[in-house]
Every structure is written in structure tokens, then in C-alpha cells.
Design a protein around this ligand. Structure first.
Ligand SMILES: Nc1ncnc2c1ncn2[C@@H]1O[C@H](COP(=O)(O)OP(=O)(O)OP(=O)(O)O)[C@@H](O)[C@H]1O
Ligand SMILES: [Mg+2]
Length: 253
């Protein structure tokens, strides 16, 4: 289970984020970057945050702690900005919180050395597996904190779940967008990363991660939705993994 906290104070919006995430203090005295359920990206972006963030963690990559944040509509009452107020009042209930990394700065592709080549290859492998379109030079979605690179912002991953067709049917579709990945120029072999990483994930591991998503975000049939996420990711993981060949071809191109 993910830890649950209650939001006690809305501190400030993070204007850099397209979904207008906010910094929220919680009843455990922690500070969290909250992705709001009422944001334009919809609740599926929160599902992707949890599934992809926790898969990354299972692969040994650095991801800030993820928590569920209970938001009371009252929390927005004093907000002067009507856009923020509407977002908070429209997000009453369970939201996604990411542990705030104080003093971190955005990963800059021009600055070398903040990520090792094999770790970069692992991130490419993760993003290819989970069809993450949001780790580009324009929008790297990584933070450097205490000299190490942390992964954030997985809300745009699993993009096929926004479509009308059943997810599991789409598991073997190509993912050419991997060619835009910010880490391709600094990554070592994605095929070698595959040998290390594929062994860490199986259907049971995927199911454990998918089980962390609250029912509330999964529509009228949460268990059915979980089955389809597990089937989708398990099918992507089945050998031969087309996403690995695709990512490796983009890397050497
Ligand atoms: N855990 C964190 N600790 C510190 N800063 C963070 C954290 N999470 C996000 N930020 C800051 O907030 C910005 C926006 O966060 P994030 O990328 O998750 O939001 P978003 O709305 O999905 O953004 P976009 O769609 O524009 O990429 C980040 O670029 C980063 O500067
Ligand atoms: Mg972002």
C-alpha cells in the first residue's frame, strides 16, 4: 500500500508544470508536489504516475516517494487565484503526492556527468516499456538532487490508455517517439540494459505495482482496469521485446 496523508496547507503552485501541480503541506509535516485529480490531464495521468513511478523504483531507479494525498475542497478557499481555487475545489478526494526534493534543480542535458551511461540506458528502457513521451530535451522531467538524478512526472506515460481501444490490444504497437528521448545521446546499450532489467519484472511484480493504484481513479470497474494494465505491460514484456529493438535502433542512429 502507498502511504496516505491529509493535505493541511496549499503552499504554492508550481507554474512550470503544465498540469499546475501544487506544493502541499500534509499532516505528517511533509511537503509534497501534488498532481491534482481535477487537472485537465484527468485522473489517468495520476494512474500513470503511480504505475510508472513504482515500476521505475522496482528497477532500482531513483524516484521520490509517492503518496496518496487526501484533499479537502476547503483547502482552496483562501486561494486568491481563481484558476488555482477551482483546481483545488475540483480535486476533493484522493490525489497523487510526490515527495518534494528541496534544493533540487531540473536536469540539464547540456551538463554532463549527472547520470551514468548504464543508468541512462535503464531510463530509456523504462520509458520505452511504458510509452513515456515526456522525457525529451525540451522537457526532461528529471531532477538533480544531492548529485544524483531522480525521475519525476510520469503522467504522460501509458498514453494508449487515453484511447478508446482496449489497452491490451495495443501492447505490441510501435513507439517511434522514443527517438526523442533526452538520454539517448548519453545512454549505453539498451539491449544490455534489457538483459539486466527484464529479469526484474514479471507478471507478479507488475500486479503488485498496479495494485497500488486506488480504486477511485480506475473508473466503474477498478479490478477490470487493473487486469487490463497488467495484461498490457506483461504483453509488452514478452520476448522478443520490440520496444528494446526500437530504442536501441534510435540510440545508434
Ligand atoms: N518532487 C519534486 N521535488 C522538487 N521539485 C519538483 C518535484 N516534482 C516536480 N517539481 C518541479 O515542478 C515542475 C513541474 O513538475 P512536473 O513536471 O511533475 O509537472 P507537470 O505538470 O506534469 O509538468 P509538464 O507537463 O509541464 O512536464 C518540475 O519541472 C520541477 O521543477
Ligand atoms: Mg514535467
Amino acid at each position: 500500500m502507498l502511504r496516505s496523508v491529509v493535505g493541511t496547507r496549499y503552499v504554492t503552485p508550481l507554474r512550470a508544470g503544465g498540469s499546475l501541480p501544487g506544493l502541499v503541506e500534509a499532516d505528517d509535516d511533509g511537503l509534497y508536489v501534488v498532481k491534482f485529480r481535477g487537472a485537465g490531464q484527468g485522473v489517468k495521468a495520476l494512474v500513470a504516475e503511480i504505475i510508472v513511478g513504482e515500476i521505475a523504483r522496482a528497477l532500482g531507479l531513483l524516484v521520490p516517494d509517492l503518496v496518496l494525498v487526501e484533499i479537502d475542497a476547503e483547502l482552496g478557499r483562501a486561494e486568491p487565484d481563481p484558476e488555482v481555487q477551482e483546481l483545488i475545489t475540483g480535486s476533493a478526494g484522493v490525489n497523487c503526492g510526490i515527495d518534494f526534493l528541496p534544493g533540487s534543480f531540473d536536469y540539464n542535458p547540456g551538463v554532463a556527468d549527472s547520470i551514468a551511461p548504464d543508468v541512462a540506458a535503464a531510463v530509456v528502457w523504462l520509458d520505452a516499456l511504458t510509452t513515456n513521451v515526456d522525457r525529451t530535451p525540451r522537457n526532461p522531467n528529471m531532477l538533480v538532487w544531492h548529485g544524483r538524478t531522480w525521475l519525476i512526472d510520469h503522467g504522460a506515460a501509458l498514453y494508449q490508455h487515453h484511447g478508446a481501444r482496449p489497452l491490451a490490444e495495443r501492447a505490441r504497437e510501435p513507439f517511434p517517439m522514443i527517438a526523442d528521448h533526452v538520454l539517448l545521446p548519453v545512454a549505453s546499450s539498451v539491449a544490455d540494459a534489457d538483459e539486466r532489467l527484464a529479469a526484474l519484472l514479471d507478471e507478479a511484480a507488475i500486479a503488485r505495482v498496479v495494485a497500488l493504484v486506488p480504486d477511485d481513479w480506475l473508473g466503474p470497474d477498478p479490478d477490470g482496469a487493473r487486469v487490463s494494465y497488467v495484461a498490457y505491460l506483461t504483453a509488452r514484456l514478452a520476448a522478443p521485446r520490440g520496444f528494446v529493438a526500437e530504442a536501441e535502433a534510435a540510440r545508434v542512429a
